[in-house]
Every structure is written in C-alpha cells, then in structure tokens.
Design a binder for this molecule. Structure first.
Ligand code: XMP
Length: 514
C-alpha cells in the first residue's frame, strides 16, 4: 500500500468523492473519513502527509457544528481547508466567520492576490466554483489573504510557515479553472508526497495481500461479466490461481454475445489459470419469468433465481473459505463512512452471503474508484472492451423488455442493441455517452414493408449523459446517426417495424425503463 497518504476529513460536503479522486489523480493515495469517526490517535495511525478538510452544510460557529480536535493543528501536518473546511480552520485558529451579506453560488470571478503558495498556477482572475452563505471576514493571525472576490474578502488564505491553506471555492470541481492544479500544488509541493499510488504497484501489493490472507484456502466468486467482478477475477487469478472458482450464471438476459465473451476470457481457453463454471440457466429464467409483467416482480424473480442457481453450484463446490466480491469505494462511502464497513451484498446478486457456506469476505477493490478499477483491469491484461464497458443492470435485459420476457423478445432486443452500439461506436460517440441501450417496448404497431402490412414490435433507444446516475439528461445524438440506427434495426431485426428515441431526463424518468 502506498506510503504517501492524504487524509480527507469529511464534514458533509457534496463533492468529497471528487476531492479524493483529484488527490489520487496526482498519484497519491487518499481516504475519506467522517469527522466523527477519526480522532487524533486515528490520524496519527493513518500517518497522513497532508490533511484536507471538506466542505459541509453547517456554520462553523453554529451550535453542534461539525468540528475536530484542535490538536490537529499541532501535528505538524499541512492542512488544506475547502469551503466549510476553510471556515472551520479560520474559526478554530482565531479568525472571524460571519453570514455573508451576499451568498455566492456557481461560477465566480476570483481575483488572485498572492502566488507564493498553492495558487502559484492561477490566472490573475481565476473563475472558481463557489457555494457558500458564510464567509471568513477576518483571517486568523499569521495568514495572508491570497484571493478575494467582489463579495468575499477572503476567497483564499495561507499561513505557509505552518502549512495551513484555505480556499472558499471548490478546487475539486471541473468548473474551477486550474482547480486540479491547486490540489496538486498542495499535495506535491506543500505536503511533498511521492507519487507512489499507481495501479501496477496496487496490483502487486493486493496480490501479495490476498496470498497472505487466503493461504491454501478456497475462494468463490460470482462473476457477472461486469467490470468490477471481472477485475476481481483477474486479480485473484494472478494471486491464487486454481484456488479460485468463478461461477458465471448466464441468465439469458445478457447483451448479444456477452456470455460467450466472458467465457472466452475466463474459461479454459482464456488467459487466466482458475476454475471457471458457466451455468447456462437461460431456460430456467425464462420459465420462471413467463407471464410476469410487473417490473418489481420481474426483478425479484431474477434475483431469487440467481441465488438459487448460485447456491446449487456452490454446493457442488463444497464449503469455501472466502467469498470474493467486487465492492468498490463509492459503495462503501454510500453505505455510511465511519460505521463498521457494511458487508454489502452487491445489488447484482442480492443477499448472496446468507446462502453460501463461507467464513470470510474478500473485497480487493474496496478502496478503488471506478476509473481506478478500469485502470487496474488494464494492468491485469483484461481487454479494453471489457474494462470500458458501460454499466449494465444486474437483472439485465429483463428490465429492458417491457412486460413479459420470452426467448424471442430477448433475441430481438439483443440484435437491436448490438446494431445501436455498433453505430454509436462507429460515430465515435461511445466515450461521450454515459449509458445507451435499445429496449423492447410492449407495443406492436402497424407498418408497411414492401407492399405488405406489418404489425410488429417497436424498439426504444435510450442514451443518457450523467456523472453519477442519480440525475441524467438524454444525449443529443446527431440525427444522421439515429437515422442510420433506425434504418438498420428495421431492416435487419426481424419483427421490428418502428423505432422510438427516448427524450426523458432523470428525474422524472429513470435510466432503465423498468
Ligand atoms: P436507474 O434506472 O435507477 O439506473 O435510473 C441507474 C443506474 O443503475 C443501473 N441499474 C442497476 N444496476 N442492478 C445494478 O447493478 C440493478 O438492479 C440495477 N437497476 C438499475 C442502471 O443501469 C443505471 O446505470
């Protein structure tokens, strides 16, 4: 594990994950800890080279305001305060915080007054992202004001002799010009971190750690073919090879050719030395789904059947020592920092741990962000099409076929979706769209093909742009691309005579149709 670490003390800001990512993008490891969950001893144990205080919704002078032991300022460790973190630093060190006569929100012109510290790479007028109602009216003794705005006298301040830096704006968001550089200047110049957080060294240290933990034990992994579980499989294969068994349940609801692709990477003819069990369970899933039209019921059936199949297979394997899971850092952060890490049954394979006989869980990706998982996958030799795969819901095409699911409908939606993906790729749009797919509506409409009347299925195309999948907007795909996709789908996919494009944002829509 990297020796150079930055501790991010979380005071409840909205962009905290971004701060951690920006630090890691500098090649330096960072972790987020809730302000209540870490004390001075914990900080010493963590042994950070630098500390960042995040933003937060409260007032630093308010009753029950989130705070931290003042001893943190005596540790001799550089600190960067952001937004609330800046105000907290100012307040605890004797400055003055007040409710600002004018709140600042959004892009704001910041006038830079001093470049000796972390703002050395700033423009004279640097557009920054602001979001605050309080401000620092008087900085503590020893601090220079290094930036201001029309409405905020202390937009940045520094006490370079003690290594304390504070910015009222958010350097971690893209809207702040040079923001990533300010964080970099803090991490590399002020904290003097070595850039020892790289995915190749992470792979080496995790492989060693897994070997030590697992010993001669047996490990079981439910491999879905998604990015996370595939990277876990590749990592564990390198670490413990034949002690690993991957169970891949093909529920018949994957995208076209996907099940075969997963098998060719991880199966006998693939590059990894592991035990790979492919269960062709499509018929079972279709049988159970027959006649089910209500979305939640369909999800439940798919989840339950998955567990049943997985349980049957794991019984054949016998008791295992470890169950491996593809939990990643955002899953942990979202399930509540500071509390003991919840063993999360991945929503793809809901409830799994209750049903399988194992002693312990291993989650080798639990400290990684998604882009780091992809990078690690590349390091481990996984093909690009797999590591850059867009998100795919656990219930698969089951939630992209409105109404009841049949083998014939799966075939239709797979073929239409493959055409859509191919054309988006060809148009060079794949990297710009967060998620896109074809779905099958439960509608048949009248059309004309040749001289004949048709009464066939309608396909819906969906494409969204989003950074967090909580909100999303429909992507503006060029008309000629949509036209090409439409023409190919109605010509090439039997029993489709109409194509719709879904314009709905989230909210009120969701990304998936069911
Ligand atoms: P929604 O439809 O909720 O989707 O707007 C947001 C994101 O989550 C994915 N999704 C799922 N992922 N299991 C998953 O692993 C699921 O049951 C599931 N349902 C939705 C969806 O593809 C999108 O990326």
């Amino acid at each position: 594990m990297a020796e150079n670490r930055i501790l991010i003390v979380d005071f409840g800001g909205q962009y905290n994950q971004l701060i951690a990512r920006r630090v890691r993008e500098c090649g330096v490891y960072s972790e987020i800890r809730g302000y209540e969950s870490i004390d001075l001893n914990g900080i010493r144990e963590f042994d950070p080279k630098g500390i960042i205080f995040t933003g937060g919704p409260q007032s630093a002078y308010g009753e029950n305001a989130p705070s931290i032991d003042d001893g943190i300022f005596e540790l001799g460790v550089p600190i960067l305060g952001i937004c609330y973190g800046a105000q907290l630093m100012a307040y605890r060190l004797g400055g003055k915080i007040e409710s600002a006569p004018t709140s600042e929100y959004g892009r704001t012109e910041v006038v830079v007054d001093g470049r000796e510290g972390i703002l050395r790479t700033a423009d004279d007028i640097n557009v920054c992202w602001m979001s605050h109602t309080d401000y620092i009216s008087v900085p503590p003794e020893g601090f220079d004001v290094t930036a201001h705005t029309d409405d905020c006298p202390v937009a940045a301040m520094e006490d370079r002799s003690r290594g304390f830096y504070a910015v009222q704006f958010h350097p971690e968001v893209n809207h702040t010009e040079h923001g990533a550089e300010f964080i970099r200047n803090f991490v590399l110049d002020v904290c003097r971190c070595d850039q020892d957080w790289q995915m190749d060294s992470f792979a080496d240290s995790q492989i060693a750690a897994v070997r030590e933990k697992v010993g001669n034990g047996k490990v079981l992994l439910a491999l879905s073919g998604g990015v996370d579980s595939s990277v876990v499989a590749a990592l564990l294969a390198k670490a413990i090879g034949p002690q690993l068994t991957c169970v891949f349940v093909d529920h018949g609801l994957m995208r076209k050719n996907e099940a075969d692709e997963v098998s060719s990477i991880f199966g006998k003819e693939g590059q990894f030395d592991l035990n790979f069990v492919r269960v062709d369970a499509a018929e079972r899933f279709y049988a159970r789904l027959a006649g089910a039209t209500e979305p939640e019921r369909k999800r439940k059936i798919i989840g339950e059947e998955f567990i049943r199949v997985f349980e049957e297979e794991s019984k054949k394997i016998g008791a295992v020592d470890f169950l491996a899971q593809g939990t990643i850092y955002p899953d942990i952060i979202e399930s509540g920092l500071g509390k003991s890490a919840v063993i999360k049954s991945h929503h793809n394979v809901g409830g799994l741990p209750d049903y399988v006989d194992f002693k312990e869980i291993i989650e080798p990706l639990r400290m990684l962000f998604k882009d780091e998982v992809r990078q690690l996958g590349r390091e481990l030799g996984l093909p690009e099409y797999l590591v850059s795969r867009q998100p795919f819901p656990g219930p698969g095409l089951g939630v992209r076929i409105i109404g009841d699911v049949t083998a014939e409908k799966v075939r239709i939606v797979q073929d239409a979706d493959a055409i859509y993906r191919e054309e988006i790729d060809k148009a060079g749009l794949a990297g710009e769209i967060s998620q896109y797919y074809a779905a099958l509506t439960n509608m048949q409409t009248v059309g004309v093909m040749g001289d004949f009347r048709t009464y066939d299925h309608a396909i819906a195309l969906r494409a969204v742009i989003t950074s967090d999948f909580m909100t999303a907007t429909a992507a503006e795909i060029p008309w000629d691309v949509l036209q090409r996709v439409m023409t190919r789908i109605v010509n090439e996919v039997e029993h489709v005579n109409r194509v719709f494009y879904d314009l709905t944002s989230k909210p009120p829509g969701t990304v998936e149709l069911e």
